[in-house]
Write a protein that binds this ligand. Structure first.
Ligand code: FMN
Length: 185
């Protein structure tokens, strides 16, 4: 299988973030063919069309990194039954102007974790509403993890539960095949 570059977008930047741990686990369990680049989102201002004439440097950098990626992996918490504002803002910047929409034709995988039982299901459902409108191809299947014990996944992305590890590993494995299929179309 060819090598593919995957932009990793994590919807939480706080220290000790559970979603950062999950993102590290996905990266660790991924096949060799996937190379991850964590892309920063929290240095961009809120979207404002007045800034379009001279886009801020952080926005230009973000757009370039997403354009350079073969695919995108979004790992995000759920905030009040939706996605965090930092992620929505990044999606909005990347979607404009429409002729340069960076999400168009990109294979996208998503996952998330929460201490709560519904574990990001609704946030991901919102992403599945937003991204196809922008032309993205979403990996079928659902990966939400209830972070049921404090050491379920450690800071290095090591998963301390065999069945959860197997479940997480399935995501990058399926994603590698999915990206490969799209690259050959
Ligand atoms: C503003 C806010 C809203 C939240 N809303 C939800 C929610 O709707 N569903 C949920 O499962 N957890 C919710 N939580 C709890 C988060 O899942 C929990 O704080 C999680 O650890 C955040 O992800 P992180 O550890 O990667 O930062 C919310 C947390 C915050 C700060």
């Amino acid at each position: 299988m060819s090598e593919y570059h995957v932009a990793m977008l994590v919807g939480s930047t706080r220290q000790g973030s559970l979603n950062q741990r999950l993102a590290r686990a996905i990266e660790k369990l991924a096949p060799q063919s996937l190379k991850f680049n964590w892309v920063q989102m929290d240095d961009m201002p809120f979207y404002n069309a007045d800034l379009e004439e001279d886009r801020p440097a952080a926005v230009k950098r973000f757009v370039k990194e997403i354009q350079a990626a073969d695919a995108i992996c979004i790992v995000t918490p759920e905030y009040n039954r939706s996605i965090p504002a930092v992620l929505k803002n990044a999606i909005d910047w990347g979607s404009k102007p429409p002729e340069d929409n960076v999400w168009n034709n990109k294979p996208i995988a998503m996952a998330g974790t929460s201490p709560g039982a519904a574990g990001t299901a609704l946030a991901q459902s919102h992403l599945r509403q937003i991204l196809p409108i922008l032309g993205s191809h979403i990996l079928p299947g659902e990966v939400y993890i209830t972070f049921k014990s404090p050491d379920l996944i450690d800071e290095n992305g090591t998963v301390n539960d065999d069945s959860v590890q197997g479940f997480i590993a399935g995501l990058p494995e399926r994603f590698a095949e999915f990206i490969d299929t799209f690259s050959k179309r």
